[in-house]
Ligand binder design. Sequence first.
Ligand code: XMP
Length: 326
Amino acid sequence: MDSNKRPESMARIQTKEQADAFIAEQISAVRAQVGSGKVLLALSGGVDSSVVAALLIKAIGKQLVCVHVNHGLMRKGESEQVIEVFRNRLDANLIYVDASERFLSKLEGVAEPEQKRKIIGNEFIVVFDEEASKLTDIRFLAQGTIYPDIIESKGVKAHHNVGGLPEDMAMELVEPVKLLYKDEVRVVGRALGLPASMVDRQPFPGPGLGVRCLGAITRDRLHALREADAILREEFDNCGLASKVWQYFIAVPDFKSVGVKDGKRYEGWPAIIRAVNTVDAMTATIEEIPYDVLHRITDRITHEVDGINRVLLDLTPKPIGTIEWE
Ligand code: XMP
């Protein structure tokens, strides 16, 4: 039987009971596969890798070594959450690598989006490889592959995700959720006790804020983007839009306009709000954000974030506008 094919008899996991049964099954399978061997996992903090980590911690405890690479393009508080949940709450064997400086120096002056993606992807592999080579005795590599990654001919993970790892790592793969759909992964994550903020996370591109800090990334503009994005998320949480909208974020382009602050000329970048709904990310519609929410967000971003002097709203559905700006 093809182990990459979901059996037709496999019921969709929807309830806590079904998730618990799946977890118990996978715990035995993983234990049988790895024995007393050590397993390495690149833990981005995204839904899939987080659920795999929690499942493997349950199955093999400290035999799992998680590596979280902070590429400096995470949203505000994300790396901190990975450390809090996995190291502090789940007592995981977690190696945290703050590689922000390396990534940001490599990206300096690079404006072309695909080149930016390439640099981020390659540097990720270099950093992960460096960490892996410091460890001895690792025979297994765990991955958060999910069923759509397998069935989509050009699976998002293959060409999109920063987590694409070199094939010559010569490790046997451990992929406990590879037959699950995303909604099932979330149900399993909840049953494993992961926080809602992690399990219900909106999709986040592998290159992170790198493709939202448009053009050549600078540290000050990246900082402004991260702060503005955090305000947008906070306000969406407060008004209930967070659980309704599929993906929402800020992009900050590489140009300034004139403004006025405290009676003085104030040049700043615009923050562009994008909030879309979609089923499969192939097409997307625009969420109608109430004007009072837009005013509040504008007020907060222009007053609280250094360097931003205007807030714009992107009303373009996909097609023609892609979800991301780059
Ligand atoms: P687009 O911009 O193509 O985005 O309409 C569709 C979905 O894919 C995400 N996306 C990415 N995800 N690496 C990723 O892991 C990437 O380079 C990348 N580019 C876009 C985007 O956020 C949306 O969910």
